[in-house]
Design a protein around this ligand. Structure first.
Ligand SMILES: [Zn+2]
Length: 827
């Protein structure tokens, strides 16, 4: 009998079919890859990898007669089977993404196969959508391979998500796990770095050397890596664990400072997780032109060149967070690995949260909480554009998973989980999760089960609303204090329930009375709920979610008096910071703020001191500042333990009474910290008059390349309209990189807008080239924007329109259109 099936599906059916088709499953494990041996050499001219691979595998469960391996953009010359000492050539077919090997018989899970493949990998070629335009899918990168550019010759890799198969044939999936040994033939002047241990080195007559790296602890293919180049090694240790930092020679002294906390971090995390660092060694290497911030390859993390700092720059290094992040991945991600990109937060939420844990331990809770708040705001900003499930089984591109949901929201969710179950349960659960899942791939339920095992609680409610759903609570909070001794708290969940859950939330309320703080927790699980605080007589202040633990948008009506009270009493740095921020922004004109600002300048939290300094020009007239406060500012400029606070105090003094403090600024300019010296230089160059001194200072410092000094000098030259310094501007433009270049471009544009003739024309061409070709999108965008300063020259508008049309980054293109819009309407 045959059923008649309608072939006209209704719209609901179409939706449901799309859900099945679009489901991003974990990769089916047909084979288990056990070990890979590679023999690699590199053709720098052609940007190719010549390789020979031996893969040891076995069928995972079901019988197999065909083996599929990821091998992207290869030329494959031979595939063979190595069985009982005999090699047999095998038939294979190849698409640009994978090789299909036809096995001579059916193999069962009891069999082990040894497959050989001889190949040439061509990482610069790509069949990815977007073709050549996509620069971050090469897997292996040749930097200045022919030595013709002004930077070191390097090779490095970036395997995540599935790009290790751009340089060796493998099962390129996070739920695979293998050991490996790599023989890397490199020019003798270079060193090589890879996973595991360097067990042997052999030199050859042709000026090359083969380094043999053995990774004898299994890990996922995307974590395999190499870095080859001229690096110096700075050796360190934690217990018996070798810990090394690799940088270009001129950054060696800086690296000692930048990476100095690594052993302490390893110790802290090992202790916290009840498990020592689980690998053979830990290397950190800084390379050129890296495609992201950093990558946590097992035992060898690779960092972007922003971590290349000289000894003096390193004094203000703020890279601990990224060092902690990659290090924590060695447990969360590398030892216990997400089974699919859908579960990426199991790697990234933990790495993100490690930043909080490190700051909390090393620099105190206030600093950690501010980092937490910044991440929360980053997620809120993204949430205006998109709100998706944290664990996502539907996405266009796996690269879309690397967003502020997986990182910032994920980290905040872990913080809430910790605050919900308590510190002891949280860390006990992490220990249990790591121990039970070591060397395994996991999905989010493994995490839930670990927490349920330890706490004895059913935590589906927490995981469902936060990990498996989208959005966040929007809370309207009202406190009825008509009876001061029996206040009533009303909270409404305002979020759209058609797309967002109704949340179950612990609401922590701090009650301040007679200088003491008491905290009560109320549970919310309804749309609207009212809680009797039972605060009793003499309550001074009630704060809801004082430490901003809840990932929630909160709407409260707080007047000036309340905020002043909050600023004066809140125990949390965040509570004081937020109160001072609102007061000086919303109520700037409402009263004389001398008392509050004075108090804030002495706050124990440096963010509060910094905010107080920065708000002085907005909330006070110069006369209000007065003698006492000026004295305080001088003290902060001289002695504050935080260099940013010092720097803002110095620049503020510059605007108050500049000539009086000229000697102070001159002295501060000699401080080793660029942050402090840069603040002093800004103050000095902003002084009224003193032209001779400024000119002298410029002459003395014009060779400096640190952006903190370059900017005040550039600003000075533009202001004095001295048009004889085009060469200086061009030299800096070619010298600066990354964010420094980004900051400089605006000044560069301003300067040349006031110059005429060929110099101006050349400057326009420089900006055009940056806007067109610079690898960093933010540099392209800011260069594009500065070109508008020259819009009346020649055919500028036509040319920027063309740049806009050729821009491949959607975000950059839409911002460019925003800048273009006013000019197009006029046409
Ligand atoms: Zn990460």
């Amino acid at each position: 009998m045959e059923l008649v099936v309608s072939n006209m599906p209704d719209s609901l059916t179409i939706l449901k079919e799309a859900a099945i088709e679009g489901y991003r499953s974990s990769r089916e494990r047909k084979f288990d890859l056990i070990h890979t041996s590679l023999d690699l050499s590199f053709d720098y001219e052609k940007r190719q990898v010549k390789g020979s691979a031996i893969l040891l595998l076995k069928p995972y469960f079901y019988d197999q007669e065909v083996l599929e391996l990821d091998a992207k953009d290869f030329d494959i010359s031979d595939v063979w089977l190595d069985e009982s000492g005999k090699t047999t050539p095998l038939g294979f077919s190849y698409t640009p993404k994978r090789v299909t090997v036809y096995l001579p018989r059916t193999y069962s899970a009891l069999d082990t196969l040894r497959i050989g493949i001889k190949y040439v990998a061509k990482p610069d070629e790509t069949t990815e959508p977007g073709g050549q335009a996509i620069t971050d899918t090469k897997g292996l990168y040749f930097i200045n391979p022919t030595g013709t550019e002004d930077k070191p010759i390097q090779i490095w890799t970036q395997g995540e998500t599935e790009f290790s198969s751009k340089w060796f044939p493998t099962i390129d999936s996070p739920n695979e796990r293998q050991t490996h040994d790599f023989k890397l033939r490199v020019p003798e002047r270079f060193i090589s770095l890879s996973n595991g241990k360097l067990v042997d080195q052999k030199t050859h007559d042709d000026g090359t050397r083969t380094d043999h790296w053995v990774m004898d602890i299994p890990h996922a293919p995307y974590l395999s890596a190499l870095a080859i180049g001229e690096f110096v090694e700075i050796k360190d240790t934690w217990k018996d664990l070798p810990v090394s930092y690799y940088v270009e020679e001129k950054y060696a002294e800086g690296a000692k400072t930048v990476f100095q906390h690594t052993p302490e971090m390893i110790g802290f995390f090992s202790e916290l997780l009840g498990m020592d660092f689980p690998w053979q060694k830990y290397d950190q290497v800084v390379v050129r032109d890296f495609v992201s911030g950093a990558m946590e390859n097992t035992t060898v993390s690779i960092f972007m060149e922003a971590l290349n700092l000289d000894e003096r720059e390193a004094l203000d290094s703020e890279w601990d967070y990224i060092i902690a992040h990659e290090l924590f991945h060695q447990w969360f991600g590398n030892l216990v690995t997400t089974e699919s990109w859908s579960n990426l937060p199991l790697n990234e939420a933990f790495a993100d949260y490690s930043e909080y844990l490190w700051f909390e331990y090393k620099e105190g809770k206030d600093k950690a909480d501010k980092h937490h708040l910044d991440a929360m705001e980053q997620y809120f900003s993204e949430s205006q554009e998109k709100q998706v499930n944290l664990i996502r089984f539907q996405f266009e591109d796996k690269e879309d998973m690397f967003d502020s949901h997986s990182y910032a929201k994920g980290g905040r969710i872990l913080h809430m989980l910790r605050k919900t179950v308590g510190d002891e349960a949280f860390f006990a659960s992490l220990k249990y999760y790591l121990k039970t899942n070591a060397f395994r791939s996991v999905e989010v339920h493994d995490l839930r089960l670990a927490f349920e095992h330890i706490t004895g609680q059913d935590l589906n409610w927490f995981f469902n609303q936060w990990f498996l759903d989208s959005g966040h609570p929007v809370l309207k909070i009202d406190i009825d204090d008509s009876d001061k001794d029996r206040q009533l708290l009303t909270i409404r969940q305002m979020q759209d329930l058609t797309t967002t859950p109704l949340y179950r939330l612990p609401i922590k309320v701090a009650i301040y009375k007679d200088g003491k703080r008491e905290e009560k927790t109320f549970w919310m699980d309804k749309r609207v709920q009212q809680f009797a605080l039972e605060n009793g007589a003499g309550t001074d202040l009630i704060l809801v979610d004082e430490y901003m633990e809840l990932l929630a948008e909160k709407q409260t009506d707080r007047g000036m008096e309340f905020l002043i009270n909050q600023y004066q009493q809140a125990q949390s740095g965040l509570g004081r910071l937020e109160a001072l921020d609102s007061l000086t922004a919303v109520f700037a004109e409402a009263k004389n703020w001398t008392a509050e600002i004075t108090r804030a300048l002495g706050d124990s939290f440096h963010e509060v001191r910094g905010l107080a300094v920065s708000r002085i020009p907005q909330v006070m007239s110069q006369d209000d500042v007065g003698f006492e406060m000026e004295k305080t500012l001088v003290r902060l400029a001289e002695n504050d333990p935080n260099n940013e606070v010092r720097s803002s105090a110095i620049t503020l003094l510059g605007t108050l009474n500049s000539s009086k403090y000229a000697p102070l600024f001159a002295r501060m300019m000699e401080e080793p910290s660029y942050v402090v010296a840069g603040g002093a230089l800004t103050a000095l160059m902003d002084m009224e008059g003193e032209e001779v001194k400024k000119k002298e200072t410029f002459e003395r410092l014009k060779g400096e390349k640190n952006i903190r000094l370059v900017v005040p000098l550039a600003d000075y030259l533009t202001k004095v309209q001295d048009s004889t310094h085009s060469a200086w501007f061009n030299e800096k433009l070619s010298l600066l990189t990354g964010e420094s270049l980004y900051y400089f471009i605006g000044y560069y544009g301003d300067y040349f807008a006031s110059v005429s003739g060929t110099e101006k024309k050349e400057a326009i061409e420089m900006l055009m080239n940056l806007a067109k070709d610079h690898p960093a999108n933010y540099v392209r965008l800011t260069a594009f924007q500065s070109i508008f300063g020259f819009i009346d020259e020649g055919n500028i508008l036509e040319r920027v329109i063309k740049i806009n049309q050729n821009e491949t980054d959607d975000l950059v293109r839409s911002y460019q259109e925003f800048f273009l819009e006013p000019y197009l309407e006029g046409n």
